[in-house]
Design a protein around this ligand. Sequence first.
Ligand SMILES: [Fe+2]
Ligand SMILES: [Fe+2]
Length: 146
Amino acid sequence: MDTIYDILKAEHDQVSDLLHQASRDGLKVTFFKIKLKADPHMMGEEKFFYPVLEEIEDLRELVSHAYEEHNEAKTLIFEMEGMDERNENWTAKISELKQSIERHIEEEEGKLFEKARNVLSQERAEEIAQQYIEFKRSYMNRIETT
Ligand SMILES: [Fe+2]
Ligand SMILES: [Fe+2]
């Protein structure tokens, strides 16, 4: 069965591809694809993954840093939502978002996941994956029906 790391890593790869696409095409529609992936991803991590990690003394600092990085990305996404792709700052905002998210992904995969793997059992990592998948399913359903 998939662990939470497998699922998050697969989504990171999808977002990275979209970020590359956005820096090539500069389209707002590509930005919206990023937002559609990143919003529930961050929400799901904050709901089911980070709280478990925060219980581990050793991980507390890394998790609080991860929250800060999420907030940085959320602020950028919010700003960009209200911007026109013809705005002279648009391209710079895309690079900023790309850098910000890529840095965060690197830290999650390189530090947070590594440390979590050492403390969480395989079973726990699969359990969190199930919760995360359920949450995403209902989130996506909600989006489709509104
Ligand atoms: Fe992530
Ligand atoms: Fe994250």
